[in-house]
Design a protein around this ligand. Sequence first.
Ligand code: ADP
Ligand code: ADP
Length: 239
Amino acid sequence: MTLLQINHLEKSYGSDTKVLKDVNFSVDAGEFVSIIGSSGAGKSTLLRCINRIVESDNGEILFNGTNVLHLKKKELRKLRTDIGMIFQHYNLVPRLTVIENVLHGRFGYKGTIEGVLGRFTEEEKEKAFYLLAKLGIEEHAYKRCDQLSGGQQQRVGICRALIQDPKLILCDEPIASLDPSSSKVIMDHLKSITRDLGITCIVNLHQVEVALEYSDRIIGLKQGQIIFDGRSVLLRQED
Ligand code: ADP
Ligand code: ADP
C-alpha cells in the first residue's frame, strides 16, 4: 500500500534556482527509505515540504491519498501528528526533563512549558515510559535534557516523535552530529522500533554506507533531482 506519493514537486527559495526540480517518488507503508546526497542537494527541503514546514511551489504530495499541499492551516496539526519529525540538533527544550520533552510531543509547544507533567493522564505517562524503556533511557527520565549526551538526546527525540503514534517519521540527518558508536545506536533503534511498531521511515543521510546498511531502499538526490532510486541490495551488488 502506498503511504506517500510525490508528483512533480518543485521548490525554490525566493527567485533563486530551484532547490527541488520535478521530484517524483512514492513510499509504501512499512518501508525504511534513505535519502542520500551531499550538502545542499535539497534533502532537508524535501522532508520539510512533506509536513508543510516549507511550502512547495508546484506538484502534489499525497499522504494516505490526501494532497498535503491543499490542507488548510487548521488541518496541519493532524498532518503533523501523523508525520513525526526527528532533527539533526534534536530540537528538545533543554531545561525540561526527558519525560517532559517526550510528553510535550503530544501537545506541540503551545502554552507555557511549565507544569508539563500535570497535563497528562497516567496512561500517556505510561506510554512515554514504555518508549523510553524501549530506547534504553528510562533511567534518565527525570534528568534535564541538557545533561544528556547527544546520542541520549536523539533517543529522546525519537520517543517524542513516536508518542503521537505517527504513520510516518521523517528523520533529517539524525546522526550528523554524533560519533560513530552513538550513530550506530541511533540507527539500530530507529530501524528496530519503526519495524516493531509498523511505522514508515524516511531518513536523510549523507553517508552512503549507513544508508546501505540500514535501509530497504535508497533515493539519491543531487542538485534537487533524483539521480537514483532503488533497492539497497542492488546498489550493494554494484560495489
Ligand atoms: P557532488 O559532486 O555534488 O558532491 P556527488 O556526485 O558526490 O555530488 O553525489 C551527490 C550525492 O549523491 C552523494 O552523497 C553521493 O553519495 C550520492 N550519489 C552519487 N551517485 C549515486 C548513485 N548512483 N546512487 C545513489 N546515490 C548516489
Ligand atoms: P540538504 O539538506 O541536502 O543539505 P537543503 O534542503 O538544506 O539541502 O538545501 C538545499 C539548498 O537550498 C541549499 O542551496 C540551501 O542553501 C538552500 N536553502 C535551504 N533553506 C533555505 C532557506 N530557508 N532560504 C533560502 N535558501 C535555502
